[in-house]
Design a protein. Structure first.
Length: 601
């Protein structure tokens, strides 16, 4: 059993409230700009004083609406400035924010509202209100639904006009480090989502840990564009950490125009899930191919990866330095420009990034600091930093935290960011801990220097008919890096060999059609069987197979003529596969992989 623990000098105050920073910034740095909001001709500054005034006004409105200390207030909205105002207002009122993804189906919202016992629901749009109308009416504790786009914040401010400042002071005294600050329901890749109760102390520890680890990014004067869903713990943790560190944040929920928004806002750092970085890489390669410079891009990519690897082995030699400098002018500078031109680093979470992509971006000049965490650990509990980075790992534990690999390979963690239990679910809480250590459900390893590597998901291990254990994460990550592949899932449990289902990336198909002379009226079903496309996918499979053992190699692949998305139900909001859903919906496709095998002589 291997274990690593990082000491700390950070203590979590017993009476901490995450809303304390609002008043502190307003008193000590009233003109500081923590947020910028979009307007017709760009971005408008929101000062710390303005933000504090808005938070207090909305908090008074919550009090006037009957919200009591400890009550749950649900918030269903996309990432936007008002989300943050409401979050801090709920904390200021002594209540607890219940996060609901704005993409959640009515049945999902129903379960969350009922299980949390929320007394007030704030939605973003009329479409959201319509979606949850019936389930909101049926939720026993829910008294009211307000709509942001219909003036919910102004309405709350109006209601609270007669509430005295002293009332908020009294509410502040009800909050302690162990007071629930938010309920975040697990994405539910399998089974019914569980409510993860995170306290003010958990969030304080995460903010302190993130600022200590990423101090050169999370520091005053920096700015970032927040586009991940604030209902997810990763974005939420960085959001509070950025506010505490006096980083300026702008918000957007439009992922379709991120390149334009990066160019406009020019962030100093970016936080994202791996799929966005995959899209940046694949998009750049696709443009190079369409411009007849695909071979140049591939050589540049190989050079960036080689240059990055050399940083860990004594540094690049003169030939590599020259090649890198040439490609910096030809290729890398354009990639940095696509991120706004000022982006010096990025943070990746929510899933495995993969060593190749990590080395590529570090070689380009935008190092990605990959971390690891779960909703139950208030986001990151391990992270790579400028001082301690090992590409391919998820870094070392945050200050004051520890990680251990159990005898069966499961990664166990402990520390102040680890939650205390699931909401109203003592049995699940008991199952989640082993002698004070939280069972992550992930398989991991810890090297001699304390760097943690995630090798798979304990519950997702495939056991073939021959008794071979296969972790699907590695080959899936490698395949998703191919421009033509949108999503993939490795299969083979109790089967004679390992197979894979893949979907095609809709963004890559127009260029592929043009390069291969395939008309636009050729259907996706026909395209999935096109010999040239099948050959490219087969080549990607062959390359992936070179990095795994014989038992782990993918023997057959089935290219699907559908996409997997959050809207169609195969992906969670953080773009993780819902394996049970895919297995059920594509049972016939999986059977076909093995029926073909049996039919062969």
């Amino acid at each position: 059993m291997r274990e690593i623990e990082i000491p700390t000098n950070v203590d979590v105050p017993a009476d901490v409230s995450m809303a304390d920073t609002v008043a502190r910034h307003a008193a000590q740095a009233a003109t500081f700009v923590p947020f910028q909001v979009p307007v017709a001709d760009g971005w408008r500054d929101v000062t710390a004083a303005e933000f504090a005034g808005r938070v207090a006004a909305v908090a008074k409105g919550l009090v006037a609406s009957g919200v009591q200390p400890g009550d749950r207030v649900a918030l269903m909205a996309a990432t936007r400035y008002e989300w943050v105002v409401l979050d801090y207002a709920i904390w200021t009122a002594g209540a607890c924010t219940v996060a609901i993804y704005e993409s959640s189906a009515a049945a999902q919202a129903k379960w969350i509202l009922e299980d949390s016992g929320s007394v007030l629901l704030v939605v973003e749009t009329a479409a959201h209100a319509d979606r949850v109308h019936d389930v909101a009416a049926a939720a026993a504790e829910l008294r009211e639904t307000l709509q942001i786009d219909a003036g919910a914040l102004d309405e709350l401010a109006h209601r609270g006009e007669t509430v005295a400042d002293e009332v908020l002071t009294e509410r502040r005294r009800t909050v302690r480090a162990d007071t629930a600050a938010t309920l975040i329901y697990t994405s539910g890749t399998t089974g019914r989502p569980k409510g993860v109760a995170l306290t003010h102390g958990n969030l304080y520890a995460e903010s302190a840990g993130a600022r200590a680890a990423l101090g050169d990014a999370l520091t005053e004067g920096r700015r970032t564009l927040m586009f991940l869903p604030l209902a997810h713990v990763f974005a939420r943790a960085i959001s509070v950490g950025a506010f505490d560190a006096k980083v300026t944040v702008a918000h957007t929920s439009d992922w379709t125009t991120l390149a334009d928004q990066f160019a406009s806002y020019r962030p100093d750092f970016v936080l994202s899930v791996p799929r966005v970085f995959e899209k940046v890489y694949n998009g750049a390669r696709q443009k190079a191919i369409e411009g007849g410079r695909g071979a140049v891009f591939d050589r540049a990519a190989d050079t960036a990866i080689e240059w990055s690897r050399a940083q860990d082995t004594g540094g690049p030699g003169i030939v590599l330095r020259v090649k890198h400098a040439v490609f910096d002018r030809l290729v890398y500078s354009k990639l940095r420009a696509a991120l706004g031109g000022r982006c010096e680093r990025a943070v990746s979470g929510g899933g495995p990034l993969g060593a190749r992509l990590g080395h590529f971006f570090r070689g380009v000049g935008v190092p990605i600091y990959e971390g690891y965490g779960l909703t139950e650990t208030t986001a990151a509990i391990t992270v790579n930093t400028t001082a301690h980075q090992r590409v391919g790992s998820v870094g070392r534990p945050l200050d004051g935290h520890a990680a251990r690999v159990a005898d069966d390979g499961e990664l166990l963690v402990r520390g102040p960011v680890v939650f205390g239990g699931y909401w109203h679910n003592d049995a699940a809480t008991a199952d989640a801990f082993d002698g004070g250590w939280f069972r992550t459900g992930d398989l991991g390893a810890i090297d001699d220097d304390g760097y943690v590597t995630i090798t798979g998901r304990k519950k997702e291990i495939i056991v073939t008919a021959a008794g071979k254990n296969v972790s699907p994460a590695g080959p899936e990550d490698a395949l998703r890096a191919h421009p033509l592949i949108g999503q993939c899932m490795v299969v083979g449990d109790a089967r004679p060999f390992v197979g894979a289902l893949v979907t095609l990336d809709p963004d890559a198909l127009p260029g592929w059609r043009e390069r291969n002379g395939v008309a636009v009226d050729v259907t996706l079903t026909e395209l999935a069987r096109h010999p040239a496309l099948v050959a490219e996918i087969d080549a990607a499979i062959a390359e992936t197979n070179t990095a795994v053992s014989g038992a782990e190699q993918i023997k057959k692949v089935r290219i699907l003529d559908v996409d997997w998305t959050q809207e169609t139900g195969e992906l969670t909001p953080k773009m993780s596969l819902k394996r049970a859903v895919v297995l059920e919906r594509h049972a016939a496709d999986i059977d076909a992989l093995y029926e073909v095998e049996r039919a062969e002589p």
